[in-house]
Design a protein around this ligand. Structure first.
Ligand SMILES: Cc1ncc(COP(=O)(O)O)c(C=O)c1O
Length: 417
C-alpha cells in the first residue's frame, strides 16, 4: 500500500504508517469506529474517484456514465436485498448528509420536528442548537425515563399530540437499547407525522439480522455506512416506494452534488459482504462482547446506563467513581485504550467534561477478541479509573493493553503487500 505516495511524498507516507501503528497497538473502543476490510480501501481508492456524475442511472447530467450506472444499479439491488427495503438511495456522502437529504425531501423552513435529546443519546443533526438544522426547523425533544434509562415513549406520545410535528425522528448515537420502532411509527401515524429512524450506529447489526430492523416500520431510514456496518465513510437512505421519487429529488439536487462513486463502489462490496456468515458471526459476537463488558463492569460497581446493552455500545456513568468522562478519556488514551467522554442522561457536568464514557465493541470484536479478553480490558479500565493520575499504573496498563492487542492483528499479515 502507498507505493506511489512513498516515492513522491515520503513525509506523508510516514504519517500514514504512524497511524497504522497507532491503530495496531490501540484497544480501539470508540463506538462509531470499525475497521474496514481491505477491498473497501481498494475500492475507495479506485478509478471511480475520477468520474464526475450527477443524477441517477439512465438519467445522468454528464456523458460517460454507463459503467457507473451498472455499478450503482448493482449496489442498489444488493442494498435492497440485504435490508429487505422497498427503496434505497445510496448517494449520500455520510450519515449526516443522509439526514439532510430526508429533511430536504419532506420539510420546509419552520416545520416542527420531534427528536431525541442530544444529551440523552440523540445526534447533532437531529436539531442540536449547534447544528444548522436548529435554525431551519422548529424542534421539540423527547428523552429517557430517569429510572430505566430507556426512551420514554409516553413522553414522546404526549409531545407528539401537543406539538403535532411534521416529522418524528428516532435512532441515536449513544443509546444502548433496542428501539420500539412499531410504537414510534404508530405515534407518528396518530398525529399525521412522517417517521424516520437514523440507524447510523446499528446498521451492521440490522444487516446481519442480529437486532430488529426499523425498515418495515418507518417512512425513512437513514444511516452511515461506517460504524457497525464496517464500510466506507459514506451514507444511505431507505424509504417506502411511495416516497422514492421525492427522496431522489431531495437527495440530488436537493441536498448533494456529484456522486462519490469511489465510496459507492466500496459500499457495493459491503452490501454483499454483510450478507455473509463471516459478517453475521462478527455482529453476533459484538453484542455478546458488549453485554459481557456491561456485566463485568457492573460486577465492579460501575453504573451502566439502562443496566446493560442490546447492541454494540454501552454508556458508563462514572459519578460514583469520582472521575469525569474527560479525565477518563485522557487517562485511558494514555494507557492505550480509546473511548470517548459521554454525557449521560440527566448529566450535570458540562458537555466538554461529562460524567460518563461511551464504549463500543465493534473494532475489537473484528480483531477476534472474545469474552475472556473483554474481562481483561475491564480489569485494565478499572485500574485506570481507580488511579487516573498515577503514571506507574498508566504505564503498566499500557504495556498490558499492547501485549493483549498484539495477539489480535488489525489486518492479516501481508494484507497490504
Ligand atoms: C445517530 C447518528 N447519525 C448520524 C451520524 C453522522 O454520521 P456521519 O459521521 O457518517 O456523518 C452519527 C455519527 O456519529 C450518528 O451517531
Amino acid at each position: 500500500m502507498l507505493k506511489e505516495t512513498r516515492r513522491t511524498d515520503p513525509e506523508l507516507a510516514q504519517i500514514v504508517d504512524k497511524e497504522l501503528i497507532r491503530q495496531e497497538k490501540c484497544i480501539e473502543m470508540i463506538a462509531s469506529e470499525s475497521t474496514v476490510p481491505v477491498p473497501v480501501m481498494e475500492l475507495s481508492g479506485s478509478v471511480f474517484t475520477n468520474k464526475t456524475l450527477e443524477g441517477y442511472p439512465g438519467a445522468r447530467f454528464q456523458a460517460g456514465g454507463e459503467v457507473a450506472d451498472e455499478m450503482e444499479r448493482l449496489a442498489v439491488s444488493r442494498a435492497k436485498e440485504l435490508f429487505g427495503a422497498e427503496y434505497v438511495n445510496i448517494q449520500s456522502y455520510s450519515g449526516s448528509t443522509a439526514n439532510y437529504s430526508v429533511f430536504a425531501t419532506i420539510l420546509k423552513p419552520g416545520d416542527k420536528v420531534l427528536a431525541m435529546r442530544l444529551d440523552q443519546g440523540g445526534h447533532l443533526t437531529h436539531g442540536s442548537p449547534a447544528n444548522w438544522t436548529s435554525t431551519m426547523y422548529n424542534h421539540t425533544f423527547y428523552g429517557c425515563d430517569p429510572e430505566t434509562g430507556c426512551i420514554d415513549y409516553e413522553e414522546m406520545e404526549r409531545l407528539a399530540k401537543e406539538v403535532k410535528p411534521k416529522l418524528i425522528i428516532c435512532g441515536a448515537s449513544s443509546y444502548p437499547r433496542l428501539i420500539d420502532f412499531k410504537r414510534v411509527a404508530e405515534i407518528a401515524e396518530s398525529v399525521g407525522a412522517y417517521s424516520m429512524c437514523d440507524m447510523a450506529h446499528v446498521a451492521g447489526l440490522v444487516a446481519a439480522k442480529v437486532i430488529p430492523s426499523p425498515i418495515p416500520y418507518m417512512d425513512f431510514v437513514t444511516s452511515s455506512t461506517t460504524k457497525t456496518f464496517c464500510s466506507a465513510r459514506s451514507g444511505m437512505v431507505f424509504c417506502k416506494e411511495k416516497y422514492a421519487k421525492e427522496l431522489n429529488k431531495g437527495t440530488f439536487p436537493g441536498a448533494l452534488g456529484s456522486i462519490h462513486l469511489h465510496t459507492m463502489a466500496a459500499k457495493c462490496w459491503s452490501f454483499r459482504y454483510a450478507a455473509t456468515e463471516e459478517f453475521h458471526d462478527i455482529m453476533v459476537q459484538v453484542v455478546k462482547n458488549a453485554q459481557h463488558m456491561a456485566e463485568e463492569l457492573m460486577k465492579r460497581d460501575y453504573t451502566v446506563v439502562s443496566g446493560g446493552t442490546d447492541n454494540h455500545l454501552l454508556v458508563v456513568d462514572l459519578r460514583n467513581k469520582n472521575v469525569t468522562g474527560r479525565q477518563m478519556q485522557t487517562a485511558l488514551d494514555s494507557a492505550g485504550i480509546s473511548v470517548n467522554k459521554q454525557v449521560v442522561p440527566f448529566d450535570t457536568a458540562k458537555p466538554h467534561i461529562t460524567s460518563g464514557i461511551r464504549i463500543g465493541l465493534t473494532s475489537v470484536t473484528q480483531r477476534g477478541l472474545k469474552e475472556d479478553a473483554i474481562t481483561e480490558i475491564v480489569d485494565m479500565i478499572d485500574r485506570v479509573v481507580n488511579a487516573p493520575e498515577d503514571e506507574a499504573v498508566i504505564a503498566e496498563v499500557k504495556a498490558r493493553a499492547e501485549e493483549l492487542i498484539s495477539k489480535y492483528p488489525l489486518y492479516p499479515a501481508g494484507a497490504f503487500a
